[in-house]
Structures are given as C-alpha cells and as structure tokens.
Design a protein around this ligand. Structure first.
Ligand code: APR
Length: 240
C-alpha cells in the first residue's frame, strides 16, 4: 500500500506504551503490565500521592531510573525520520502526540512532540507549579529545587483525574490533519482514546491504527496488526 499524499498534508501521530514495548519498557494493560503490579489509585492519582507520597515516588523513581537502560527502537526512529523528511520537503505540519512519559521519542530525534501525560524526566513544584528538568530520584525529604520546601516536588506526570497537557493545540491539529496514525495504544483512556473520532470529524483525514492487536475502534480506515518496530517503518516508507 502506497499513500500518495497531496503536496501539502498535515500529519498527527498518537503513540502509547506499545511503541516502547520492544525497547523493554512495560505497557500498562498487557499481561504482567504495570497495572497488574500496582493499583492505579495508589500510584497514579492525586489522592494516592496525598495518602502515601513515598510509595508514589518509589513507583516513578524506578521507572525514571530504567530510562538509562533502554533506547529508542526502529518505530521511534522511523517517526523521527518521517518528521524530518516532512519538514525538509515542506510537506505540511507533523505533530507527535504521545501518552508515554518515557524519553524515547525525544532521544530518537522527534522534535514537534506533545507529551500529554507529562514526562518522567521532569518534576513540578507543588507550590508554584514550576516545571523543571529532573533525572534523579524524588523523595518526601528532598528540598524542592524551586521553593526549597522538603517534599514539594512531585513527578510532572498527569494523574487520573487531572487535565492532560496542551489539549487545545492537539484538537486544533486534529481538526486540520490529513492523516491520523495511532500506534501502540489500547484506546482505553480518554481524551487520547477519542482523538481518532476528532480526526474523523474533518472528512479529509485518513485514519490508521498500528497495534499488536486491533483496539476494535470503528473509526480507523486501516488497521495493521503487528509489532510497531516493523509496521511503523513500513508505513513511514510507504508515504510519498
Ligand atoms: N507493537 C505494537 N503494539 C503493541 C506492542 C508492540 N510491540 N506491544 C504492545 N502493544 C499494544 C498492546 O496490544 C496494547 O493495545 O500496545 C497497547 C498498550 O496498551 P496500554 O498498556 O493500555 O497502554 P496505553 O494505551 O499507552 O495506555 C494509555 O493509560 O494508564 C494510562 O497514562 C497511562 O498513558 C497511559 C494510558
């Protein structure tokens, strides 16, 4: 299948944990996924953080430390190369929206990224909301790098019940896109799970899903089942 794109064509990509699975990072809902090992309400809600901040810090400290041991895979690299080519040929906008909080897209070379669920390598001052780059452990007795109060820094992660980041920019891009590609997400968590429907509102968008197994959403024109590390380079190379 070769997609012949008009000279100007805007692309929006959505990725989930499945794109990082082959780099060695756990997904959430697969067998032995993160939500099999931890209760969401304990480690991914503001209430859980208030109840036991040290448990939450341990959960994110372990995931942050793991980033040193993994690297981008062929799927991350193919998206970065596609974006680079799109920019070089002035073919239109290319936006990568990721639900992932790892840094693999950034390390692969993707530039125009929105991490709508936050990032493991950032921390936030609970008093000023200031976001800071942060690659070390967080702890309840750690003086905040912003306000100095011990324990005031929290992971810059969007927890359940909190508002994902840069939603206006995302919806504007979806309303203008010619192609929407969803990669490695179960499509179970909103608002990201609704992005394909948003893209379909503008009749011109072609919608494509790449996933180990189809999420079952009826809004995709094409669904490719298999591993992202094989299917994403295939798709990127088929776009001219
Ligand atoms: N290639 C392609 N897809 C894969 C691969 C792979 N190698 N391995 C797994 N997948 C698919 C699975 O089939 C599954 O549909 O990736 C998807 C992962 O789904 P989830 O574990 O639910 O992860 P995700 O969709 O990113 O979760 C969304 O839920 O808990 C919140 O904030 C968390 O951002 C996360 C959100």
């Amino acid at each position: 299948m070769v997609y012949k794109h008009p000279s100007k064509s805007n692309i929006v990509i959505l990725t989930g944990a499945g794109i990082s699975a082959e780099s060695g990072l756990s997904t959430f809902r697969d067998e032995n996924g993160l939500w099999c090992q931890h209760r969401i309400e304990d480690v991914a809600t503001p209430e859980g953080f208030r109840r036991d901040p040290q448990l939450v810090h341990r959960f994110y400290n372990q995931r942050r430390a793991q980033l040193k041991d993994v690297k981008p895979n062929a799927a991350h690299l193919a998206l970065a190369e596609w974006e680079r080519r799109w920019k070089e040929e002035e073919r239109g906008n290319f936006l990568l929206v990721t639900q992932n909080v790892d840094d693999l897209h950034q390390r692969a070379g993707s530039r125009n990224i929105i991490a709508l669920h936050g990032e493991l390598l950032k921390a936030r001052c609970s008093h000023t909301e200031k976001v800071m780059a942060w690659s070390e452990d967080l702890a309840t007795d750690l003086p905040c790098a912003c306000c100095g109060n011990p324990g005031a820094m929290r992971p810059h992660i969007v927890w359940f019940g909190e508002m994902p980041l840069e939603m206006e920019t995302i919806y504007a891009a979806l309303s203008e896109c010619d192609m929407f590609v969803s990669i490695g997400t179960s499509g179970t968590v909103y608002p990201a799970a609704g992005f394909v429907m948003e893209a379909r509102r503008n009749q011109k968008a072609r919608t494509v899903e790449i996933n180990l197994e189809s999420s079952g959403s009826p809004y995709f024109h094409e669904v490719f089942e298999g591993k992202a590390s094989q299917l994403v380079p295939n798709l990127a190379n088929s776009i001219s």
